[in-house]
Design a protein around this ligand. Structure first.
Ligand code: PEP
Ligand code: MG
Length: 567
């Protein structure tokens, strides 16, 4: 059986299915036939065994003194209760209940008995029993969420959605692929999966396949297909396809040391987008000219508390040493809306995407901004630092940011701590920022175009909503004109301009961006060499002609045809 999905990160992945968020609590109400009884009893026993194993694994991680430990222990005791087992097995045999119905009825009765006891402490255990019953039903249905810390083999995870913070905690050593019911290619999970080289399928309605934990899956994120329990012949075919893909990507490694230049000699600065120190090493290894976007919030998502100035300073210094003289563009904390942080209490806002996020959040929370700024400013002694602020709309915000920078400088001087020069820039990712460029550019050393948010805010279309991103894509006449306007303005004010949104990570779109006059791009690590190869095998003249034609398009479909039909 197979199903299509949207490719969030390319490649092929083989592994066992594991549900990490969704659980199937459905109770099968149909009455069994006589010959089905033994099999159903076996399903019940297997479900119990699986759940007990999972609970025991959780116990090992907990301190025996904590309350949770005792609750889990009593859950295990209940699942081991022979009387309860006999009751469930009997109702499967004599009442012809399905295993899930037997669990529901038996646990409900037990919970009811407990709840009718006068002692409120004991009565409250009824709720725990009902919860345990749901988990046992999910275990029988094969969709119990697993504790990923105990993975020992290649796994494809299935989830409705994963936040960037949840992604940061995945044991990537065993995660060969990701399948999500939601998501779009500019969602942060897709960006992270792609940077980590993990194939991902999005908008994949896998519930219809009835996938059970442990069953074999293959993600073909070249053609956008999820294969459920493929036969040997298909697996072999897909393994060959994977081999071809690996051969193709390995061949690209030969251009690593080459300059990024078109055939007619036009040079392009190709930099990488990173989220942690490992990414910085990878960027250096594949020949990147530096880091054009360090999403510092991704690095912070592992932590249960905000890392102090010294810890961030250490990270920035490590990155600068790896880069050995090449620039590190540190983007200050970009949190809020689709990027919640584990240690940040999200404000209750009616509309978080239009709320306190990006630089607004940082300016409202100097306790987070100042340590990060000071860490970045101190790191200037170790290499080339650029500090970039996200979601800046107007010059007033630049005034505020500059005054915080001055405060940080003064505090460092007062404590006799050294710092050096750094470039100061912003991301251009809202229509207001574009229109306010004449007032902001004189204050800046550089700008970087964030097409993910620029598209979201220009089109008023949530970037993680796939159905909207299909109709309101980044590659559209409005966004193209906007990019053209930004590049023209930046040139007029002699301020360097780069583009770091996912649009620059699409090899087909890169010739158009270069033709529009962008000579610096910062791209997803996984696409880096493919993009470099595209640039090195094209002519700048042709890229300019393409841009001219593209700017004349007034509709999305012919524009996309022009860009994607090119060979
Ligand atoms: C963007 O918005 O284009 C961007 C690069 O920033 P992020 O994807 O992290 O919001
Ligand atoms: Mg953004």
């Amino acid at each position: 059986m197979s199903l299509t999905g949207i490719i969030g990160s390319t490649g092929l992945a083989f592994g066992q299915a594991v549900h990490i968020i969704e659980q199937d609590y459905k109770v099968d109400l149909h009455l069994l036939r006589k010959h089905e009884v033994t099999e159903e009893q076996a399903r019940l026993k297997e479900g119990v065994r699986h759940l007990v194993q999972l609970l025991q694994a959780s116990l090992q991680q907990l301190n025996p003194e904590c309350e949770n430990y005792q609750l889990i222990e009593s859950d295990i005791l209940l699942l081991d209760d022979q009387e309860l087992h006999a009751e469930m097995l009997n109702s499967i045999e004599h009442q012809r209940y399905s295993a899930t119905l037997a669990v529901q009825r038996t646990f409900d009765t037990h919970a009811y008995e407990i709840e009718s006891i006068q002692d409120p402490m004991i009565a409250s255990r009824g709720q725990d029993i009902r919860h345990l019953s749901s988990r046992l039903i999910a275990a029988i249905n094969g969709t119990l969420s697993w504790n990923l810390d105990y993975l020992t083999q290649s796994t494809i995870i299935l989830a409705h959605d994963i936040t960037p913070a949840e992604f940061a905690l995945l044991p990537t050593k065993y995660i060969s692929g990701i399948v999500l019911e939601t998501g779009s290619i500019t969602s942060h999970t897709a960006i992270l999966a792609s940077a980590a080289g993990i194939p991902a399928l999005l908008d994949c309605q896998y519930q219809s396949l009835n996938i059970r934990n442990g069953q074999p899956l293959v993600i073909d994120a070249i053609d956008g297909i999820l294969h459920h329990m493929p036969d040997d012949e298909l697996v072999e075919k897909l393994r060959r396809k994977q081999l071809e893909e690996v051969t193709r990507t390995n061949a690209l490694l030969t251009i690593t040391g080459q300059e990024t230049q078109t055939l007619d000699g036009h040079s392009v600065s190709l930099l990488a987008n990173v989220g942690n120190i490992n990414d910085v090493t990878r960027a250096k290894d594949i020949g990147s000219l530096g880091v054009g976007l360090f999403r510092t919030e991704f690095m912070l998502m592992h932590d249960s508390e905000y890392p102090n100035e010294q810890k961030q300073y250490q990270t920035f210094c490590d990155a600068l040493h790896i880069l050995n003289g090449m620039p590190l563009t540190i983007r200050t904390l970009d949190v809020g809306a689709d990027k919640p942080l584990p240690f940040v209490q999200a404000a209750q806002e009616e509309n978080p995407a239009l709320g306190i996020r990006g630089c607004r959040y940082s300016l409202d929370h100097p306790q987070y901004l100042k340590p990060q700024l000071k860490a970045a400013m101190r790191a200037t002694n170790h290499g080339l630092v650029k500090i970039m602020f996200p979601m800046v709309n107007q010059v007033e915000e630049i005034d505020l940011i500059k005054s915080v920078i001055e405060e940080c400088k003064q505090e460092l001087i007062n404590n006799d701590i050294g710092y050096g020069n750094f470039d100061f820039g912003i991301m251009v990712e809202t229509p207001a920022a574009v229109l306010n460029l004449p007032s902001m550019l004189p204050e800046l050393d550089f700008i970087s175009i964030g097409t993910n948010d620029l598209t979201q805010y220009s089109m008023a279309a949530d970037r993680s909503n796939l159905s909207l991103s299909k109709s309101f894509p980044a590659l559209s006449p409005a966004i193209l004109k906007t990019i053209d306007l930004i590049v023209t303005q930046a040139k007029q004010y002699d301020v360097s301009v780069s583009l770091c949104g996912e649009l620059a990570s699409d090899p087909k779109v890169v010739p158009l961006l270069i033709g529009l006059g962008l000579s610096e791009l910062s791209v997803n690590l996984n696409k880096f060499l493919e993009i470099k190869s595209t640039i090195c095998s094209g002519d700048y003249n042709q890229f300019q002609e393409l841009a001219e034609k593209a700017l004349k398009q007034t509709r999305i479909q012919p524009l996309q045809q022009l860009i994607y039909a090119r060979t």
